[in-house]
Design a protein around this ligand. Sequence first.
Ligand code: AP5
Length: 216
Amino acid sequence: MHLILLGAPGAGKGTQGALLTERYGIVRLSTGDLLRDAVREGTALGRDAKRYMDAGELVPDGVILGLVRDVMARVDTGVVFDGFPRTRAQAEGLTSLLEDLGRPLDAVVVVEVGDEELVRRIAGRRTCPECGATYNVHDQPTRVPGVCDVCGAEPRSRPDDAEETVRRRLSVYREQTAPLIDYYRASPTPVHVIDGARPVDEVAAELAGLLDQIRG
Ligand code: AP5
C-alpha cells in the first residue's frame, strides 16, 4: 500500500500519518521530519535546508528526491507519503521511482481544511524537540502542561510556525503543491478528497474506511 497525504500546512497530515503507522504498520515517510532530523543533527544537508525552511520556502527538489530514494531503498512495506511530493518535479520523480521499484501508488488523499482553521491549528501546535510528538494547546494538550507525554521534554512551537512564515508556507502550498491535485486527477491513481476540518478521530475513521476499501 502506497498512499500520498496531500494538504496545506496544518491540515493534519502528520497527525493522520502517525495514526496510520500505529494502526496499519505502514511506514510514514515525512520529508519535513527527515529535514528536521538533519537540522537537529547539524549535517551539511540540515544546515542548507534550514535556510529554506525558516523562510517558508521549499527545499530544492534534488535534495528531497535524494532523501526519499534513500528511505525507499530500505523500506519494503507500505508507505504513506506525508508532505511529499510538493512540486510537479517531485511527483514525476516519485512516479519513476515507484515504477523502478515495481511498487504501485494506490491512492492520493487530499485533506481539505479552510485557511482560518489552518492558522488556528498552527498557532496552537507544540512539537516535542526530542521525540517529535505533536500536540495542540487548543484540542490536543499534553497530559501535564509543558511536558511531553512520550519523553518528558518540553514541547515548543516550530521555528517555521511564526505568523509571517506560515503565510509564506500557505502561499507556496497554493502555488506549487495544490496543482498536484489536478496532476493526479489526470493520472490513473485515484484521488480522494476528505474533509479534514473535523475532529481527529472522525478524519481517522474516514481514512481507515478508505484504506479498507483500497485493500479490498
Ligand atoms: P512539513 O513538516 O511537511 O510541514 P507542512 O506540510 O507545512 O505541514 P505541517 O507539519 O505544518 O502540518 P500537518 O499537515 O502535518 O499538520 P499536523 O498533523 O502537524 O514541512 C516543513 C518545511 O520543510 C516546509 O515548509 C519546507 O521548507 C520543507 N519541506 C518538507 N517537505 C518538503 C518537500 N517535499 N519539498 C520541499 N520542501 C519540503 O497538525 C497541525 C496541528 O493541528 C497540530 O497541533 C495537531 O495537533 C492539530 N490537529 C491535527 N489534526 C487536527 C484536527 N482534525 N482537529 C484539530 N486539531 C488538529
